[in-house]
Ligand binder design. Structure first.
Ligand SMILES: O=P(O)(O)OC[C@H]1O[C@H](OP(=O)(O)OP(=O)(O)O)[C@H](O)[C@@H]1O
Ligand code: HPA
Ligand SMILES: [Mg+2]
Length: 179
């Protein structure tokens, strides 16, 4: 069905699972029993966050922000819009942002500045995928699952025009699908 649109599988379900476990262990160790507010960036990070929090053995509160800059395109519009803000107060909290992918970095640049102004105790970033070749701004990322080349990818929460989020693997799309 959707498989016919796939160019190449970059990370299988099993490989993703192992990486999520490894990240969860590292986060658990480094936060050393501190309480953490985990903030998922909707919609893409939803699936990664769901799997990751089950590998984090800390007192965790979960909240979401919805922002969107890609819409129905493969290029960032550069304009980040907040579609949903946090429900929780995060002043004096240890905040960990969870992203599926960091590409130009514009989404997270905007979000980190926005969240820092709320006087958090600490702010860290965890992303499953990092596409450093496309970065348009400076960003310090604390936890990275995989580095990927400059290709448009889908699956495991990540969409093209709202499709493919439910693929259990991460893959590149055939060019004819988006060109
Ligand atoms: O580093 P950047 O170039 O800013 O790109 C990364 C962001 O783009 C995607 O979200 P998108 O805007 O497509 O919204 P979605 O999560 O609802 O798909 C992705 O989930 C990241 O949040
Ligand atoms: O490679 C990508 N695929 C889907 N959405 C994205 N948003 C930023 N980069 C990507
Ligand atoms: Mg998207």
């Amino acid at each position: 069905m959707m498989e016919k649109d796939i160019q190449e599988v970059l990370f299988t379900k099993e490989v993703i699972h192992d990486k999520v476990k490894e990240l969860g262990k590292k986060i658990t160790e480094e936060y050393n029993n501190k309480e953490v507010v985990v903030i998922g960036v909707l919609k893409g990070a939803n699936i990664f966050l769901g799997d990751l929090v089950r590998e984090i053995n800390l007192p965790v509160a979960i909240d979401f922000m919805a922002v969107s800059s890609y819409g129905f395109s493969t290029e960032s519009s550069g304009v980040v819009r907040i579609l949903k803000d946090l429900d929780l107060e995060i002043e004096d909290k240890h905040v960990l942002i969870i992203e599926d992918i960091i590409d130009t970095g514009l989404t997270l640049k905007y979000l980190t500045e926005n969240l820092k102004s709320r006087k958090v105790a600490s702010l860290k970033i965890c992303t499953l995928l990092d596409k450093p070749l496309r970065r348009k701004c400076d960003l310090e990322i604390d936890y990275i699952g995989f580095e990927i080349p400059d290709e448009f990818i889908v699956g495991y929460g990540i969409d093209y025009a709202e499709k493919y989020r439910n693929l259990p693997f991460i893959a590149t799309l055939k060019r004819e699908v988006y060109e």
